[in-house]
Structure formats: structure tokens, C-alpha cells
Design a protein around this ligand. Sequence first.
Ligand SMILES: CC(=O)SCCNC(=O)CCNC(=O)[C@H](O)C(C)(C)COP(=O)(O)OP(=O)(O)OC[C@H]1O[C@@H](n2cnc3c(N)ncnc32)[C@H](O)[C@@H]1OP(=O)(O)O
Length: 432
Amino acid sequence: MTSSASRSALPAGYAFRPLTADDRHALLDLDTWAFPAPYSIADFDELALPLTWERTVGVEGPAGDGLVALRASYPFTRFPVPGGELPTAGLTWVGVHPQHRRRGLLSAMIDDHLGRCRERGEALSALFAAEAAIYGRFGYGKAADDVRLTIPRGAALRDVPGADEHTVRIEHADRERHGELVARLHRAPGIPAAQGALNRPGWATRESEELWASYWSDPKTFRSGGRESLRVVVVERDGEPRGYATFRRTLGWEVTGPRGTVHAGDVVALDAAAARALWGVLLDLDLMSTTEPFLLPADDPVLSLLVDPRAAGARVTDNVWVRLVDVPTALAGRRYQGDVDVVVGVTDTRLPDNAGSWHLRADAFGTATCERTQAAPDLELDVRELGAAYLGGTSLAALAGAGLVAERSPGALATASAAFGWPVAPACGWVF
Ligand SMILES: CC(=O)SCCNC(=O)CCNC(=O)[C@H](O)C(C)(C)COP(=O)(O)OP(=O)(O)OC[C@H]1O[C@@H](n2cnc3c(N)ncnc32)[C@H](O)[C@@H]1OP(=O)(O)O
């Protein structure tokens, strides 16, 4: 890929600087300016940083201010998109010291990041947004939602044949003991239909040793609010692990009795029976009154297993945001759930190579092609909206309803909107 990114420059006096492991202290100091935390830097000594240093870039301030901004990205070489995988940069650890905010440092960092994505051949960038209002201006669209639940202890679940054939292990989470099974099962994103061709878009897996080391390091900074150390429940059938969930409990005592909470992290099962077995354990731990999974895909099996899903008080919030860095590679790199033959007119002020008309053709669930064309567009939208629709979680019709997609050829919106959807809801099961 060639790079023709229009990069906005840092303000005078500021300069980019690659960061290394020697910058650990300065990086943590800056990070706790950006994200206030009730810890000293020394408290983070136990924390294995999840960063890949070659992808971690700082900004030095003027006049000896030192490190005043930083950003990093995770290498997701196999980021799931509908029916496929694409190299993706997971933008993360974005922070600007409060004294240097609103001077354009983030804008310059994003343009530098997008330029580097193109140079590395990463067709997408994805992120979790600390504040939802930040990233739209940079061409990122809200591509997935997730569901937060507070499930009462003992909530009734529908039966699944075979669930009671599982044995259960509840143990301290330990990399040596559980590392291989967690790495393997996490690739199966929680519903049987999602395996194989019908994958779960957005479900990033940890690919770097740094991310795994961080996942298993379990420092006290991860135990806020009285949380215990990391635990795991594994359900096995015929001696084979079929699902696991990580969790930490908290315990409070009230005059009416103990009120504990199970804070679940990953909840991953290879099939419906394993999911039923796993949730049966998570919803019935002694001294607990509620189970709060951190985040779940909008179609997680538990939402169908709960006899009274309303009682779990579902809250929906934004999950992964996606930015198409290379529009033709991205559009040809996913599959579509309906036949589509459409010319899409794209605007993109930050990456002008993406702007213009693109002819997208695909058969339902088959491979796609996407080529530049001079033909008039059937649909027009900004790259931000394309990012929102890309994983199949936001319909083009819904965006058109908000005036964000324009239909120029009658019928094109319905066909393209159906094709861009996906049978499995997009979501990433962990915040990166
Ligand atoms: C993927 C992740 O890592 S998400 C983590 C993001 N980091 C945080 O939230 C930590 C706390 N916040 C910060 O560190 C900073 O305020 C940042 C990174 C959000 C913004 O950095 P800044 O250098 O101040 O941003 P910059 O000056 O480049 O602003 C660019 C534009 O974004 C807007 N903007 C910046 N921050 C916000 C925000 N929090 N909400 C809404 N708009 C914002 C600015 O107003 C500006 O708008 P304009 O182009 O219309 O003038």
C-alpha cells in the first residue's frame, strides 16, 4: 500500500519519540495523569505491561516537559471481520497530560498512527473509546455494542441437554495450569454457530506475549473495590475442557445477610451445553447475591437461557469502534450475508486514498471484490459510517434513518443494508 495520508503536524516544540522499556516509569506516570488511579507508580511494579514497545510512541513536550502524550497499538494480525480476518491495529493507551490537552496532540498522534497502519498493511484500526465523543472525528465508527447484566443469584436458566454431563473445576487462575486452554477456547467466541464460517466479528484474541503476560499477571491494581485474586471455572466433558470463565468475587455483609458479587471476566463456551453448565456455576456461588459479567455480546447464550432476562437489567453500551484505513482491502476482506453489487461513494478527509467511488460485488457468504470506479454512487456515506456498519452490527438503513447514509439509486439501501449485516453479533469480549 502506498501512503498518502494527510498527517497533521504536532504543534511547535513537540516531537514524537519511540518509547522503550526504559520509559516504563515515565509512561506509567503519564498514564496516571490521563487516567487517575488510586495507586503510586511503585504499586504497578507487579504489572506486566501489555504493550508492544515497537508500537508505542510518545510525544515530548517543549522546554524539558518530558513525556506529555502517548499512544500504542496492539498487533491483531487475525482480527475477525464477517467471514474472515484482517490485520488490524488495536489503538490503545492514548493519553495526553492535562496541561497539554486541546493543543492538537491527539490529532497529530492519530494521523501518525493511521499513516503507520497503512505502511504496515493494516487495513483496519479498532479501539475501545474512553469517551464516546472522541473518535468519530477521526473516522472511527461505533461498530459494536455489548450488554452489561446484573443477574440475581440462582436466576432460573432453561435446560440444555448434556449440560449436567460436565464436571466443574473452580481454581486459582494460573498461567501454567490454564494458559493453554484459555488461549485455545478464547478463539471460540461463545456461541456454537459462531465457529467456522460464521465467526464473531470484532472478537480480538491476544496475539502478543506481552498481552498474555499482562492477562495472567494479576497485580493488586486489578483488585479494586475489594476484589479477590483471579479465579477460573472450567467445565469439562469426557475429560475435555469445553468452557471457562474467569471471575473475582467481592463480599459485603448486611443485616439481611451476605451480599457478594461475582465479577465475571471472560465467559467462553464451545457449545450450548457447556454454556449452560458454566452459567449454572457462575449464578450459584455461596454468599453471592448477584453475578455481573463484565461485558457480553448482544447475542450471548445467557440472554436466551435466562427464563427472566428482564430481571438482569440489561444495559447496552458501545464496544469496539472501527476505522477503515484501506477501504478497498477492508471491503473485499469480509463476507456479506446477501448478494451485493453496489457503488459506494466514500468521503474521508484524513485518508484521501479512501475517498471516491468503490464498486463492491459479492455473492452471499462468498468472496468479495472491491474496485475503484468512476461510476456514480448508489450510496454515499463518510468513512466513519462505513466503520460503524463494517462488522455487521449497525445497519446502513439505521444510519440512513439518521441522515448519515444517502441512497442515490432506489433499492440500493435495502440490498446493501441486508448484505452488510451478519448472523453473529460483533463484539470483543475484553477491553483493549
Ligand atoms: C483508544 C484509547 O486509548 S481511548 C483513551 C483516550 N484517553 C483518555 O480519555 C484519557 C484522558 N484524555 C486525554 O488524555 C485527552 O484529553 C485526549 C487524548 C482524549 C484528547 O487529547 P487532546 O490532545 O486534548 O486532543 P486534541 O487537542 O487533538 O483534540 C482534537 C479534537 O478532539 C476534541 N476532543 C478531544 N478530547 C475530547 C473529548 N474527551 N470529548 C470530545 N471531544 C474531544 C477536541 O475538542 C478537538 O476538536 P476540534 O478538532 O473540533 O477542535
